[in-house]
Design a protein around this ligand. Structure first.
Ligand SMILES: Nc1ncnc2c1ncn2[C@@H]1O[C@H](COP(=O)(O)OP(=O)(O)OP(=O)(O)O)[C@@H](O)[C@H]1O
Ligand SMILES: [Mg+2]
Length: 283
């Protein structure tokens, strides 16, 4: 099979077959693939047989006596070797997201200006950007769409809707470390250090959503949740490859997290745009 034929077959795969294929090439068992995609093992096997056929690997024996799986792997080793080396679950997740047929989110409109500013901050080396505006303006929607498009994969720290329900950072961080395939430490400091190291090696997006219930009237993290400042301090580390977006209705004023403000003013009246999102970054 030529490279051109290979590319054509690859591009014509359905979304579901791609998902199966990437997991299969990453060395996942049929059982694990079935579980993660919520389908049966028999369906996984059927998908793999169909994929083989799409790549011209027809089984000449109707009873599937000889599986073409090894040939499929060999084909990818030749044309797309990145897909074959064994991967951590997060690498597989990133790969899946990146190769998804890009279906634009039809519900996400506008925001070109905010996206341009986010890109500016990012290219200037900002590590943490605060997206601040009043309720319901579209902060979370922008942050999720931006991170999804930029990184293909991001992890989220949902803070809370109300002050009473704030998720303690210790348990949230443990969960996120596991999501990144890292073992949390027994102490918070150890977990935090592991998280830092992970973000030094992998370029992923981080979203801290709805920070305001954890802020007091002076825009500081409230007493029971001061440890969020430690997380923020890590996220501003210049050696990281990650980019963190925080959404909040209120400003954040922590001495340890120095933020540079960026305001949108209307060129005519000099007033702040009421519906604009204000962006602030660690620069
Ligand atoms: N750019 C957009 N295009 C289309 N719909 C949007 C856009 N931004 C926001 N929305 C819609 O507006 C609603 C509110 O958006 P979102 O939840 O992002 O606001 P928010 O600023 O995060 O609010 P809150 O302060 O309550 O957290 C959602 O239903 C969302 O789908
Ligand atoms: Mg929100």
């Amino acid at each position: 099979m030529s490279k051109g034929q290979f590319d054509k077959a690859f591009n014509e795969l359905t979304h579901r077959r791609r998902e199966v294929l990437i997991k299969f090439l990453a060395g996942e068992t049929d059982e694990a693939i079935a579980k993660s995609l919520n389908i049966t093992k028999a369906t996984v096997r059927q998908h793999i047989r169909d994929i083989c056929e799409e790549f011209g690997l027809k089984n000449e024996f109707p009873d599937q006596r000889y599986s073409k799986r090894a040939d499929l792997i060999a084909l990818f080793q030749r044309y797309k070797p990145d897909f074959v080396v064994s991967k951590t679950p997060i690498e597989t997740a990133i790969l899946e997201q990146r190769t998804k047929k890009s279906v634009p989110d039809k519900n996400f409109v506008g925001r070109e200006r905010a996206i341009a500013h986010l890109n500016d901050f990012d290219s200037q080396g900002a590590k943490v950007i605060l997206i601040q505006a009043k309720g319901g303006v579209g902060k979370t929607t922008l942050a999720r769409n931006y991170l999804q498009q930029k990184f293909g994969f991001y992890i989220e720290f949902p803070i809370a809707k109300e002050t009473e329900n704030i998720t303690p950072i210790e348990s949230l961080l443990e969960e996120r470390l596991r999501q990144l395939n890292e073992e949390p430490g027994r102490e918070f400091g150890v977990s935090l250090e592991r998280f830092r190291q992970k973000l030094q090696t992998e370029r992923i997006g981080v979203l801290i959503d709805n920070l305001e219930p954890a802020l007091d009237e002076n825009c500081k993290l409230i007493k029971p949740h001061r440890r969020y400042v430690e997380l923020l301090r890590v996220l501003t580390d210049l050696s990281l490859q990650s980019l963190t977006l925080i959404t909040s209705r209120d400003r954040l004023r922590e001495a340890d997290v120095s933020l540079r403000y960026y305001w949108h003013h209307c060129a005519k009246t000099g007033k702040l745009y009421s519906k604009e999102l204000m962006l602030t970054s660690t620069l």
